[in-house]
Design a protein around this ligand. Structure first.
Ligand code: HEM
Length: 424
C-alpha cells in the first residue's frame, strides 16, 4: 500500500480519527459513499461523479482554481489586515512597513496581489470554457447568470483593493476608473459620488473602498459561490455530451439522481436506471475527485508562491493628487474599457459595456437549444462561437493596446522604443 494511504489509514482509523471522520478510510463502495455524505466538508460533493467531469481537458480545473485563489486571497487578506490601517496618513507607510519591518510581509503582499490578478484571469477563462462547451444551456441558465454576477464581483473586488496601497499607481488608477463610472447617464455622477464619498479620491474613498473590499464584496462573493456550487449539484453535475436532452424535465420531475434522496446502497451502486446513466461511467468522488481537488489546490498554491517569490507587487511613490502621471492608466482589466473611452466617453464607457452585460445575461435564454452541450467548439454552434470569439479577441486586443501601446496623452507609442513618462 502506498505510504500516504498507510499513514492516513492509521490516523483516520485511530480512536481520535474515528471521532472526527466516523467511517475511517473507506475501502468499499459503500464506505466511500458513506464518507461523502457523513462529512460536513465533503458532503458538498456527490457520492458518485461522471467520468467526463473528471477530465482535465474538459474544465481545465478553472472553476476550482478560481475557488482556490479566492481562498488564498481570503487567508492572505486577513493576515494583511493585521498590518494595515485604512487612512491616508497610515496606508502608504504600512505598505513600506510590510516591506521593511514585518517578516515575510513582502511575500504576503505579493501573494495577495498576484492571486487577485490570477483570479480575474481564471474567472474570465472559466467563463470562456463554459461558453465554448455550451454549458450555459438548459438546465444551467441560472447558474450562468450567477456566474456573470461573480465575474463582475471579481472585477470590483480587485478594483477596490487597488486603492489600498495609497501610492501613485493606486490613486490615479482609481481616479481614472471612477471617472469611467461617472460617464453613465443620469446616475453616473451619483454613483461616483457615493463610491468616493465626495468628488475626489481622498480619506472617505479609502475607507469606503476598504470596507467594500474586506467585508461587503467578499461576503457577497462567498454567498454567490455557495449558490453556484449548490446549483451545479442540483443541475445534475457538470454538463456532458451524452446528457439526455430531457435533462430539464428529469430535474423537474425529480428523477435526476442529484435531485432525489437515495439510500446509501443506491448511491454506492451508482444511479437510478431511470436516468439512463451507465453505472460504469460513474466513479466514487472519494478518492477520484477529492484527490484531484487536493492536487489542483497544491498546484495553484505553488504557482502563486512561485510568482510571489520572483516578482514583487508594484509600489510607487506616495499618492499625490496634484502630480498625475501621464498617462494615468486604470487597472489592466479595465484598460480595454479605457481605450474605448478614449474614442468616446459615452459609447465606450457606457453603451458598449452595458450592451455586453445585457448580452451575457440574456445569452442562455436566447441560445437555449441543447445543441453541442458538453463539447468544445461544437460545429453545430458556428454562429454563436464566431460572435463570442470576435468579442473576446477584441477585448484582448484593446487591453493589449491600452497596456503597451499608449503613452503620454494617450498617444500611440511603440513599447520597444524608449518611453518617457511625463509628470506635471
Ligand atoms: C468567482 C467566480 C467563479 C467560481 C469560483 C466558479 C466556480 C465553478 C466551479 C468550481 C465549477 C465546476 C467545475 C468547473 O467547471 O471548473 C463551475 C461550473 C460552472 N460555472 Fe462557474 N465559477 C465562477 C464564475 C463563473 C462565471 C463567470 C460563469 C459564467 C458567466 C460561470 C458559469 C458556470 C457554469 C454554467 C458552470 C457549470 C458548467 C458545466 O456544467 O459544465 N462561473 N464554476
Amino acid at each position: 500500500m502506498n505510504p500516504f494511504f498507510a499513514i492516513w489509514k492509521k490516523l483516520a482509523g485511530s480512536r481520535v480519527g474515528r471521532s472526527i471522520f466516523r467511517v475511517g478510510l473507506p475501502e468499499s463502495s459503500l464506505g466511500r459513499a458513506q464518507a461523502m455524505v457523513s462529512s460536513f466538508l465533503l458532503h458538498v460533493h456527490p457520492a458518485k461523479v461522471h467520468r467526463h467531469s473528471l477530465k482535465f481537458s474538459y474544465t481545465f480545473g478553472l472553476g476550482l482554481i478560481s475557488i482556490y485563489l479566492f481562498l488564498i486571497l481570503f487567508v492572505t487578506g486577513v493576515l494583511l489586515m493585521f498590518f494595515y490601517v485604512p487612512s491616508t496618513d497610515r496606508a502608504y507607510s504600512d505598505m513600506k512597513d510590510l516591506e521593511f519591518v514585518v517578516s515575510t510581509g513582502v511575500l504576503l503582499r505579493n501573494m495577495h496581489r498576484w492571486a487577485a490578478h490570477l483570479m480575474v484571469l481564471a474567472v474570465f477563462l472559466h467563463m470562456c470554457r463554459v461558453f465554448y462547451t455550451a454549458a450555459y444551456k438548459p438546465p444551467r441558465e441560472f447558474n450562468w447568470i450567477v456566474g456573470v454576477c461573480l465575474f463582475v464581483l471579481t472585477l470590483v473586488l480587485s478594483f477596490t483593493g487597488y486603492l489600498l496601497p495609497w501610492d501613485q499607481l493606486a490613486f490615479w488608477a482609481i481616479t481614472v476608473g471612477t471617472n469611467i463610472a461617472g460617464y453613465a447617464p443620469v446616475i453616473g455622477e451619483k454613483i461616483k459620488f457615493v463610491l468616493l464619498g465626495g468628488n475626489t479620491v481622498g480619506d472617505s474613498a479609502l475607507l469606503r473602498f476598504y470596507v467594500l473590499h474586506v467585508i461587503v464584496l467578499p461576503g457577497a462573493a462567498l454567498f454567490l459561490i455557495a449558490i453556484h456550487i449548490w446549483r451545479i449539484r442540483k443541475d445534475g453535475g457538470l454538463s456532458r455530451p451524452d446528457e439526455p436532452d430531457n435533462v430539464l424535465q428529469q430535474i423537474e420531475t425529480g428523477s435526476m439522481p442529484t435531485n432525489k434522496s437515495y439510500g446509501l446502497m443506491e448511491l454506492a451502486k451508482g444511479t437510478s436506471p431511470a436516468v439512463g446513466i451507465n453505472p460504469e461511467d460513474q466513479v466514487s468522488a472519494w478518492p477520484h475527485l477529492i484527490f484531484r481537488e487536493i492536487l489542483l489546490f497544491m498546484a495553484t498554491l505553488a504557482v502563486v508562491l512561485f510568482i510571489s517569490l520572483i516578482w514583487n507587487a508594484p509600489l510607487e511613490e506616495l499618492a499625490n493628487a496634484v502630480h498625475p502621471p501621464n498617462p494615468a492608466k486604470a487597472p489592466w482589466y479595465f484598460l480595454g474599457l479605457q481605450e474605448l473611452v478614449a474614442f468616446s466617453a459615452f459609447w465606450g464607457g457606457v453603451v458598449v459595456p452595458a450592451l455586453l452585460l445585457v448580452a451575457l445575461i440574456t445569452l442562455p435564454y436566447l441560445d437555449f437549444k441543447r445543441r453541442g452541450v458538453g463539447v468544445w467548439f461544437s460545429r453545430e454552434r458556428k454562429v454563436a462561437i464566431t460572435i463570442f470569439t470576435i468579442c473576446v479577441v477584441a477585448a484582448v486586443i484593446l487591453t493589449v493596446i491600452g497596456t503597451y501601446f499608449r503613452g503620454p496623452n494617450w498617444d500611440w507609442v511603440w513599447p520597444w522604443k524608449e518611453q518617457i513618462v511625463i509628470t506635471h
